[in-house]
Design a protein around this ligand. Structure first.
Ligand code: IVH
Length: 673
């Protein structure tokens, strides 16, 4: 390579470094990407190619050095040039008022200005830049010396390997917090589960665990981030501005990430207001914080106030109530939801979490209890965030008593004693009590009365609530025994509407077998399956006694549906309710199939609004005539019936050459013998 070529390649190399640094800064610090990822990747590969040809050009601040080097055998200890201090904590307003008074007295001032910022829940780190280049990164350790984690820190894209701008000090120790965004944390844990690895309990532990890796290639895969909030050594000292808030502004000019949730505060009222404002936002922040930090803003005043032991007199952490706490598991119960879903719940020794006393925490489902291996007697970490139900995060295995037993899912519903089943491929176990189970009663009744089921007009959620709460109705069969007075006595129920409801209930007896089967609310038995079952068995008792094998012969019934039906029908309570319903005088009509030769066996797709028929009516008439109605257009579709505002289905029909007809043509087809 000629000298000239080499010179221009060196120029290209330098400009690539600058361009890539600018892109990383925009992406990771400003959260405002400038180019698509693939363009970044292309430039990055070009950089690697040049470095492969000229290894002697590689400097420690090359972006390729974010991941490099061999794994360490141990971390080397680093003495901090300026000690890394801790903060005194305040847990209530009075302590903040006291802190402000002490500062004002110490400075003999009537008013002190503070910088208010967030207290991030991560790990404190000191970054040493010499002439703008990151040369060392160390953990806090005991405050006097920490561990050299430079290789790991370099993998964090939010941390610049070289500072930007032209006002760069000779030495600058940037202090700040390494943490993980909640979304990144969740994604990482999901992946861990998929790969059968252990999950981290919280973002803080995940950040700490990731930084403690001796192999920086492992750290590089962890989505760590960083916010700068302080300064250690600085040469020349004059580089520092007058105030802390100006320092953070200057940091931003250097390309360092600084959190935007910060404010200059002028009084103790301002401080408490800032604490409350952030408190209200806390749940919505994309990272965990455990409080607010107030720092006397003027560096000169900070120096005047000085330190007591290892904490400065000029700063204070105002903590929010903890969202996690330790407690013991007194028992594990299961709860039944409105759809019969069974949720294991830990009964806990009462404990305060985030200002609220918690006595129960969800364990989500059977697999979760197994995975976390929560047992009665265990000490557990409980977490509460906002309005979310408290959950058991993890078990402190160290504190497990000697005789404990693994959790066993009960086999019977605690509410109705029906058996609990867990269908293949489902995480949730369910009570099979359906119509009978008290926990599912309201839901079952609302479904039973639905327009497309028994079609009992006027029997909505509010009435069902009252009927059940007043113990007037336990199962759908009870509806047919309701007297006029009982209904008329319900809240906001006039005589007229009571009369109407009684009539609607009476009329609903005159129904079809298909509607009746659908109304039972058997899991996985929707309207279409109910119709298929009705046409096939033609009698409710035949369905009640059908074996799995018999069910599998029905059109479109697979093993999951068949299992669900047999398990429902095996439950004595459900059989009892069905018998009572039948005995109350149900007329369960089975539709005569008036098979129309023109449409029987053909597949139709409906789209758009038809002039006279509703979608449901068109579907019903087609099905009665022996046609199939599908939801989407495919090669198997025979006709698309299009009304007004038909959309993509029409386009699809044209693409596949499927015949498109209007309502009139449909009615013609249906009229043909
Ligand atoms: S300043 C001179 N500011 O809290 C004071 N610390 O207990 C030195 N922390 O180890 C710390 N957010 O890990 C400061 N905005 C913030 C902070 C913060 C979190 C952590 C830091 C430190 C601990 C002090």
């Amino acid at each position: 390579m000629s000298q000239k070529d080499s010179a221009s390649l060196a120029e290209r190399y330098a400009s690539l470094q600058a361009e890539l640094a600018r892109l990383e800064h925009a992406y990771y610090v400003l959260d405002a990407p400038l180019l698509p990822d693939i363009e970044y990747d292309r430039l990055y590969r070009e950089l690697l190619d040049i470095e492969a040809a000229h290894p002697d050009w590689i400097t420690p601040d090359s972006l390729s050095q974010r991941v490099g080097g061999a794994a360490l055998s141990e971390f080397v200890s680093v003495k901090h040039a300026v000690p890394m201090l801790s903060l005194n904590n305040a847990f209530d307003d009075a302590e903040v008022i006291h802190f402000d008074r002490r500062c004002r007295e110490g400075l003999q001032a009537s008013q002190v200005e503070y910088a208010g910022e967030l207290k991030f829940d991560g790990l404190a780190i000191s970054l040493r830049y010499e002439n703008g280049v990151l040369v060392q990164a160390a953990t806090r350790g005991d405050g006097a010396s920490g561990e050299d984690v430079t290789a790991n820190i370099k993998t964090i894209r939010a941390i610049p390997l070289r500072l930007q701008g032209n006002a760069i000090p000779v030495v600058l120790e940037v202090r700040g917090e390494v943490f993980m965004y909640l979304a990144d944390f969740a994604k990482m844990n999901q992946q861990a589960v998929k790969q059968g690895e252990k999950e981290f309990a919280n973002p803080r532990n995940a950040a700490a665990g990731s930084l403690r890796q001796l192999d920086s290639k492992v750290t590089a895969k962890r989505p760590l981030s960083f916010f700068a909030y302080g300064v250690g050594a600085c040469e020349p000292r004059e580089w520092l501005p007058k105030t802390h808030s100006q320092l953070l502004d200057q940091y931003m000019d250097l390309g360092l990430p600084v959190c935007s949730e910060r404010k200059v505060l002028h009084s103790v009222e301002d401080m408490l207001q800032f604490y409350r404002d952030i408190g209200a936002k806390r749940e919505g922040l994309p990272y965990d914080i455990d409080g607010i930090v107030y720092k006397v803003n003027s560096f000169e005043d900070q120096a005047k106030l000085g330190f007591v032991s290892r904490a400065p007199r000029f700063a204070l952490a105002h903590k929010y109530p903890a969202q996690e706490a330790l407690t013991t598991v007194l028992g594990i119960d299961v709860q039944v939801g409105r759809t019969g879903a069974i949720t294991p719940v830990a009964r806990l020794a009462p404990v305060e979490v985030g200002g609220v006393t918690v006595t129960n925490a969800t364990l989500h489902n059977e697999d979760e209890v197994r995975r976390k291996d929560v047992r009665i007697g265990d000490t557990v970490v409980v977490r509460r965030a906002g309005d979310v139900i408290p959950e058991v995060v993890s078990v402190v295995l160290d504190r497990r008593p000697s005789s404990t037993a693994a959790f066993q899912m009960p086999t019977r519903c605690p509410v109705c004693d029906s058996h609990i089943e867990r269908l293949a491929d489902e995480a949730i176990a369910r009570c099979s009590g359906g119509l009978f189970c008290g926990a599912q009663r309201k839901q079952a009744l609302i479904h039973f009365a639905h327009r497309r089921a028994m079609d009992i007009e006027g029997l909505g959620e509010k009435i069902v609530d009252q009927l059940v709460d007043n113990n007037l109705v336990r199962t759908p069969a009870d509806l047919y025994r309701l007297g006029f007075t009982a209904i008329a006595n319900l809240e906001r129920m006039g005589e007229k509407s009571a009369d109407n409801l009684i009539q609607a209930i009476n009329q609903s007896r005159n129904t079809t077998l298909a509607r009746f089967i659908f109304a039972l609310g058997i899991r996985h038995v929707g309207e279409t399956t109910a119709k298929d079952l009705a046409n096939h068995f033609r009698d409710i008792h035949a369905l009640m006694d059908a074996s799995t094998e018999m069910l599998l012969t029905v059109h479109d019934v697979g093993p999951v549906v068949a299992d669900s039906i047999t398990s429902f029908m095996q439950e004595p309570h459900n059989r009892e309710v069905i018998e009572q319903l039948v005995a109350s005088g149900m007329q369960l009509a089975v539709e005569e199939k008036k098979v129309s030769a023109a449409v029987a066996g053909k597949t139709f797709v409906l789209t758009g609004t038809l002039p006279t028929l509703s979608r449901d009516e068109a579907k019903e008439r087609l099905e009665r005539a022996g046609a199939k109605v599908a939801g989407s257009v495919s090669k198997k579709t025979d006709y698309v019936v299009a009304g007004d505002d038909a959309g993509s289905k029409l386009t699809k029909a044209a693409e596949l050459g499927v015949q498109v007809i209007d309502e009139a043509a449909l009615l013609d087809l249906l009229a043909q013998e």
